[in-house]
Ligand binder design. Sequence first.
Ligand SMILES: Cc1cc2nc3c(=O)[nH]c(=O)nc-3n(C[C@H](O)[C@H](O)[C@H](O)COP(=O)(O)OP(=O)(O)OC[C@H]3O[C@@H](n4cnc5c(N)ncnc54)[C@H](O)[C@@H]3O)c2cc1C
Length: 531
Amino acid sequence: MRDYDFLVIGGGIAGMTFALEAAREGRVALLAKRSLEDSNTNWAQGGVAAVWDPEDSPRFHAADTIEAGAGLCNRRVVDLVVEEGPERIRELIELGVRFSLKRENGTATADYDLGLEGGHSRRRVLHAADHTGQEIVRGLSEAVRRNDNIDVFEDRFAIDLLIDEKFGFASGRPQCWGAYVLDTTSGVVEAFTARATLLATGGTGKVYLYTSNPDVASGDGIAMGWRAGCRVADMEFIQFHPTCLYHPDAKSFLVTEAMRGEGAVLRTPDGNPFMKAYDSRAELAPRDIVARAIDREMKRRGFDNVLLDVTSLDADFLKERFPVIYQRCLGYGIDITTTPIPVVPAAHYMCGGVMTGLDGETSIARLYAAGEVAMTGLHGANRLASNSLTEGAVFGHRAARHAMRRLREDSSKAPALPAWTSGAAVDIDESVVISHNWDEIRRLMWNYVGIVRSDRRLARAAARITMLREEIQQYYRDFRVTRDLLELRNLALVADLIIRAARTRRESRGLHYNVDCPERDDAHWLRHTVL
Ligand SMILES: Cc1cc2nc3c(=O)[nH]c(=O)nc-3n(C[C@H](O)[C@H](O)[C@H](O)COP(=O)(O)OP(=O)(O)OC[C@H]3O[C@@H](n4cnc5c(N)ncnc54)[C@H](O)[C@@H]3O)c2cc1C
């Protein structure tokens, strides 16, 4: 058993921000399922939204966030994120994160280059060219690794949270005392105990066949939180990024929204621009509108993809502003300066998750959630582009501050908890069943619970996922745990929660669109879908 003051499950922007803050007062264990550099944060391209320009104001940022959120943003949370965001970004800069500077006549100025993205009424997206996430992870992970109060454990898979009432210790509100964790290299499961635990496990993109997310995004934190007894909300609101590269060899490669901010035009494969027919903001309409428009054009005309055309922009500007996309596309034989980029929509961001309060606290004592795993109330029914990195930093910081205050007031230690036992479980001998079920879930979710939904497809998905979950639960009882089995179990649960939420909401709003109830219904549904 390993004992710490703080256990941080997840090493993206939310987890590392929490860890650095909490380490001022206690010993921190930071877990990452693979390497610290393998996270959604690391893949973020466009940037991080914050009021930076003197002409801009938190009021405008709040208004844009609320407009995108389609009536479901929590005003207090929005205000707090837009007010505190710039301070968290200043701290990143102090840690050594280098955001791109504005250039004049080829020379860098002292001002940051602020990008414009869909749904933002002002330029307010700080970025490091088109590899913002990588630069943020570099700055944060260097600081985390050199901090003597933080122990980083990579290749560690948190299986389940240690909740006292499940072991018969509860007195009053259930409390979390850490987690059982699998060392995926040795296969050994250890208990990590802590006086405060943060879920910062990121997103759920891998639930879908096509996603912009890396493999770590299998919704583990939501699944752990749900099994522990947390309230989970708004799972039907999944953002599909309109533009992922469509190429047989490209796995999950996103083409940033910032390109549309700079003037890229969406066209059908026969060359016609179509966005104006769907929204007066055309390419700068919020993501859900753009993704649905693409989905509609593809289904209506039977296209496999559409095109994102930046060929009218200056070639040198494109190479400097979007170096990663330029190089990556070139590797697939597409020179973006002369050829439109083939793109399709893909699952990108989970707006729902473990419900938290203003300090990232969950319904279980000593348990916090921050970042994409959490439903703080910021995004409502649709996330405004580049608000998620900001949210992760703000809530990672707030949760740490809250946990530090609590630990100062209460010096209780974790009770003696039982070690993990495998019982009669044996090593899995048929990995094919895992990969088959994994594939089935992802296809089922893509086909039945995708960008456009219907009652019949959702009902079919619900019936199928129930059977799959029973099967998977049986494997979980019979076989020794592996990363694949644990991810499959979590993926199936998260899929089930998404389907349940989607069936519950009898209207269409923000990212949830059901052809059988296509209108927004404020009289009945101006509320979160709390499961
Ligand atoms: C391609 C792409 C581009 C994006 N671009 C932008 C952008 O420009 N701006 C923006 O604001 N947002 C963007 N996003 C979204 C944003 O990157 C994420 O929402 C955000 O980074 C999530 O941060 P996080 O700290 O919550 O989780 P993550 O960064 O995903 O980190 C999750 C961590 O949890 C760990 N983990 C997961 N499960 C377990 C487990 N069971 N046990 C132990 N560890 C576990 C992982 O290993 C990882 O370390 C983008 C996302 C993608 C995929």
